[in-house]
Design a protein around this ligand. Structure first.
Ligand SMILES: [Ca+2]
Ligand SMILES: [Ca+2]
Length: 188
């Protein structure tokens, strides 16, 4: 009988031992994924750069910025935000590295496991109208970009919406006159 009892005791011990690990790790966290537009606070789109998601000072995801957008809807690439220490409700901050500057976005979101949604961002800085390549100044490189899109309409090959400063869906002389107003201006 004593042997029987000790066997049961060992069985209970073993079952406790093997059941403990299943309680130790929390629910598996699914990365969050965001996409959306990204602009300066004066409405100028951020043409290029790298967007980073930061939680508690740690970069938890990054993605390239292209033509005022980061990531894509549907099955396209997104800003994936993940990390071992992330917990639901953590605040995700955004910042972009563009033209040698690091600029914070005004928006933040609460991280949630598996959260997948658009987040449109506005940087806490003004861009310069005419800065096509996003290096923080208006000059020859931007003029080259405008020339490459000269007299193009939206939908035509070579059209570049970043060069359409007056918003008439055409790139040409009117945009060049706006560019000239900011010629050699810099955010630095
Ligand atoms: Ca420029
Ligand atoms: Ca135009």
């Amino acid at each position: 009988m004593g042997k029987f009892r000790s066997t049961i005791f060992i069985c209970i011990l073993l079952s406790l031992f093997f059941s403990v690990p299943s309680f130790a790790p929390g629910e598996p966290m699914i990365p969050a994924a965001y996409w959306g537009s990204i602009k300066y606070n004066n409405g100028v789109p951020v043409s290029s750069g790298t967007l980073e998601a930061v939680v508690d000072g740690v970069v938890c995801g990054s993605i390239a910025v292209n033509n005022g957008f980061y990531g894509q809807t549907g099955t396209g690439q997104k800003l994936v935000v993940q990390g071992n220490n992330l917990e639901p409700g953590d605040t995700v901050y955004f910042r972009v590295n563009t033209g040698g500057r690091v600029i914070n976005a005004s928006e933040s979101v609460d991280w949630q496991s598996g959260d997948t949604r658009p987040v449109n961002l506005t940087l806490q800085s003004a861009g310069i109208i005419g800065d096509v390549n996003g290096d923080g100044m208006v000059g020859g490189l931007d003029f080259s970009a405008l020339l490459a899109a000269w007299n193009k309409k939206e939908g035509e090959s070579g059209y570049n919406n970043l060069c359409d400063f007056n918003g008439d869906k055409t790139t040409g002389g009117l945009d060049f006159s706006i560019m000239l107003q900011n010629w050699n201006k810099s955010v630095y």
